[in-house]
Write a protein that binds this ligand. Structure first.
Ligand code: HAM
Length: 404
């Protein structure tokens, strides 16, 4: 028997109802914040991710679904959504146009990771990207939007916050950090030795316990920010305080993608096991320029949908629409006609097998219909439909002409 690939799941009812409820909620909130939907391809040139997410990142270095297509193009399934949106932003010349452009998107992402609870090889993200706003108020807006989405879904969280500095304060900090890493000699792990030359700040989130105990004394980026970064970070904290959004400063939060500068944040849940990050994002002011666009400040985030599913508090299911059934085979054509008419405005589900009224009522209850409508010999003779309102518990005989 052929099975789905490891780390790639089918999503069917009742999970899909949760999935759909999440998308409806998150999309509604993103639209309220003035964001517009964007759809980008699942497959992109590999170079796009190498240049944006970064060659030194685990995502590009180890986890890409990369292959040469039949036209000899080096392509890869997108491991994340930001790079494609930035590419589209530049390709459609929105960088040249100027102004503010705000997008949201959702869809599958692919990372060849070791699957475990909460970590898939095909997973879904809901993300937003905002271009053209330099103000740190936009960073706060991102965080407030995630907080709104999680609140609407009844999900508790902790927010971790850091600043990764910019082109002024990051290079001198990097030098300090490299000097510190060198002072650790060969006590650090192999990965950190590699990171030292590719992207030193990534050592800070090394999972190796021995490395972590050494890095407790590492210089902290937050103590080495330039004036601009420090003042923006202070403003961000003030805005969050004013909106009573609690946060923890995590100086080791460096994110797994290389394009960030200044604000970086992660929302974590303590109720889903070790893969606890439910959303992550930050500012990436240099990325548009890196991908050959006109320099444009930008900030965004993505939520991992699968990680949220079991946390979502669903609203009480409401009875909805019609269940329709026939008491005898002769009545079925009429039932189909009534259903067709009803479907113009609402849900109408037909049971094809003629059965007794009691069994139809059970069927209507099973699908959580508001009304159970049944046609039998009596209804055919009187040109009516028998209808029970399962919420009000009332029954009526309604003229057929009211439906058709
Ligand atoms: P990321 O932190 O790599 O950021 O991913 C965002 C979220 O996707 C994570 O917090 C997590 O919930 C979920 N996620 C990541 N990997 C997996 C996986 N293997 N299985 C299940 N869920 C996963 C980004 O992707 C950035 N593009 C976010 C961003 C947008 N930054 C700026 N704009």
């Amino acid at each position: 028997m052929i099975q789905s690939l490891r780390g790639m799941n089918d999503i069917l009812s009742p999970d899909y109802e949760r999935f759909e409820y999440f998308l409806e909620t998150a999309s509604r909130i993103a639209k309220r914040y003035g964001f517009h939907y964007i759809e980008t391809p699942l497959l992109e040139e590999t170079a796009l991710f190498k240049r944006s997410v970064g060659e030194s990142s685990d995502i590009v270095g180890k986890e890409m679904y990369q292959f040469i297509d039949k036209g000899e193009n080096d392509v890869c399934l997108r491991p994340e959504g930001t790079a494609g949106v930035v590419r589209a932003f530049i390709q459609h010349k929105l960088d040249k146009k100027g102004g503010i452009h705000r997008f949201y998107y959702h869809g599958p992402m692919f990372r060849y990771e070791r699957p475990q609870k909460g970590r898939l090889r095909e997973f879904h993200q809901f993300g937003v990207e905002s271009f053209g706003v330099e103000s740190v108020y936009e960073d706060a807006l991102m965080i407030m939007m995630i907080a709104d989405i999680l609140k609407a879904l009844g999900i508790g969280y902790r927010l971790k916050l850091n600043s990764l500095g910019d082109q002024h304060c990051m290079p001198p900090y990097r030098e300090k950090l490299v000097a510190f890493i060198e002072s650790c000699g060969d006590a650090i792990c192999e990965d950190c030795v590699r990171r030292k030359s590719t992207n030193p700040i990534r050592v800070l989130d090394c999972k190796n316990e021995k490395c972590q105990s050494l890095y407790v004394n590492a210089p902290k980026l937050i103590d080495n920010l330039c004036e601009g970064c420090e003042s923006d970070f202070a403003t961000l904290k003030t805005i969050l305080d004013q909106h009573t959004i609690a946060y923890e400063i995590d100086t080791n939060l460096v994110r797994g993608l290389d394009y960030y500068s200044k604000t970086a944040f992660e929302f974590v849940s303590d109720n889903i096991g070790s893969q606890s990050a439910i959303a992550g994002g930050g500012r990436y002011d240099r990325l548009v320029e890196f991908l050959d666009g006109k320099p444009t400040p930008a900030v965004g985030f993505a939520i991992g949908i699968e990680r949220l599913l079991e946390l979502i508090v669903m609203p009480e299911p409401k009875r909805e629409g019609y269940y329709l059934g026939a008491m005898d085979a002769e009545s079925l054509p009429l039932v189909l006609k009534v259903a067709e008419a009803l479907r113009k405005t609402q849900k109408a589900v037909v049971e094809y097998d003629p059965k007794k009224l009691q069994n139809h009522l059970k069927g209507a209850d099973r699908i959580n219909a508001r009304y159970c409508a049944v046609i039998g010999e009596n209804e055919r003779n009187t040109d009516t439909v028998w209808v029970k309102d399962l919420e009000q518990k009332s029954e009526t005989q309604i003229p057929m002409s009211q439906f058709i």
